[in-house]
Design a protein around this ligand. Structure first.
Ligand code: ATP
Length: 359
């Protein structure tokens, strides 16, 4: 029996996590689900979207799977998704993007893995509003150092990239490559422009790479990477990126394998692992039983691998693949990509039923 915290989230979260849970239960793996609510819906009761008891539950199990949680705009609360990753120092975000027959994409043989740094970069949340004291003091420091000038009406976001943070994420990428039979790691950066931050990331990546002679290494500027991914995704294997590029390139890669509804993910650190789809809460389609639960179901397969349940994880992947390949019971996003119209699609739960039939 495995103890797992389940955070349904909001938007399409409750629908896709319930579909995911049914599929996992159908494999017969014993999971003791500890369901915890977080997000805007609990602010009135607890004064925060991420109550301490949720953090305590995740701390106790070390393993959680969650649905997406909307970041409330203009309330002063920062992203719960980012806060959770930070609370447990889940520094590695792993997002495999693998083609499946019938996924509705323009590509057939995409098989790559994004390893995104999760704790630093412009996502660190160090920001100064236009007109704030912090912004004007920073502008003074910048002017005094001979750089700038920064305009008086500028807001400023800070991009910290550390040697230690870069070393551990690049090391993670190489260890992942080795453990999963991958051949190449590409470090993605913009070191020609951001010589201090991305330059440090690249220098450390080259140092780490020297310790893995069995794995090929190269580096690529982020803009060229985007074009390369669209033109020749076969050129890529494992990509390691700082936080913001990792966020953007993840969505691009999701598009290579059928869209956001297809792309699973894991946030991993020394203190635990939280599994979640790459996509957000998609409020436009919430509550209608039309969201594609594939990304969440494949995130559960990653979780089962993490728990040592490799056979069940493999069965889930094969069942999802078979359901998509059959093409009869697929959600509207896939149907539209395949035929130009969602006509004849099935709902979120019916898709999960079809996956269960293929288990
Ligand atoms: P975030 O910033 O939280 O990542 P986002 O603005 O990128 O969110 P998402 O919520 O990820 O937006 O989704 C963007 C759009 O993609 C949605 O509005 C929805 O139409 C579509 N989408 C996302 N996830 C799914 C899914 N599982 N099934 C079908 N469509 C989806």
């Amino acid at each position: 029996m495995h103890d797992v915290v389940l955070i349904p989230g909001d938007g399409i979260g409750p629908e896709i996590t319930s579909a995911m849970r049914r599929v996992v239960e159908a494999t017969g793996v014993g999971i003791n689900w500890n369901v915890q609510e977080a997000g805007a819906g609990v602010i009135d009761e607890y004064g925060t979207p991420l109550p301490d008891h949720v953090l305590d539950a995740v701390r106790a199990t070390g393993v959680a799977i969650k649905g997406p949680i909307t970041t409330p705009v203009g309330t002063g609360f920062r992203s719960v998704n980012v806060a959770l990753r930070r609370a447990f120092d889940l520094y590695a975000c792993v997002r495999p993007c693998v083609s499946q027959p019938g996924d509705g994409s323009r590509y057939e043989n995409v098989d790559l893995v994004i390893v995104r740094e999760n704790t630093e970069d412009l996502y660190a949340g160090i920001e100064y509003d236009r007109g704030s004291e912090g912004a004007s003091r920073l502008a003074e420091v910048i002017a005094a150092s001979g750089q700038g000038p920064v305009r008086e009406d500028a807001a400023i976001s800070i991009k910290p990239i550390s040697e230690a943070g870069s070393r551990r994420i690049v090391t993670y990428a190489f260890e992942y490559a080795r453990a999963n039979g991958r051949k190449k790691v590409t470090a993605v950066h913009k070191a020609n422009i951001m010589k201090a931050t991305d330059g440090l990331f690249l220098r450390v990546a080259r140092e780490v790479a020297a310790g893995y002679p069995d794995i090929e290494f190269n580096d690529k500027i982020v803009d060229a990477t985007c074009m390369g991914l669209v033109m020749n995704p076969d050129d890529f294997d494992v990509l390691v990126l700082p936080n913001l590029y990792g966020d953007i390139v993840s969505d691009l890669c999701a598009g290579l394998v059928g869209g956001l509804g297809m792309a699973p993910g894991a946030n991993i650190g020394e203190q635990g692992a939280i599994f979640e789809a790459t996509h957000g809460s998609a409020p436009d389609i919430a509550g209608k039983d039309i969201a594609n639960p594939t990304a969440e179901i494949l995130s559960a397969a990653m979780m089962l691998d993490h728990l040592g349940e490799h056979e069940a994880a493999g069965r889930i992947r094969a069942a999802v693949r078979a359901t998509l390949a059959a093409g009869e019971k697929v959600t509207g996003d896939v149907r539209r990509a395949l035929t130009g119209t969602a006509e004849g699609c099935v709902g979120t739960q019916a898709f999960a039923d079809a996956v269960i039939e293929h288990l």
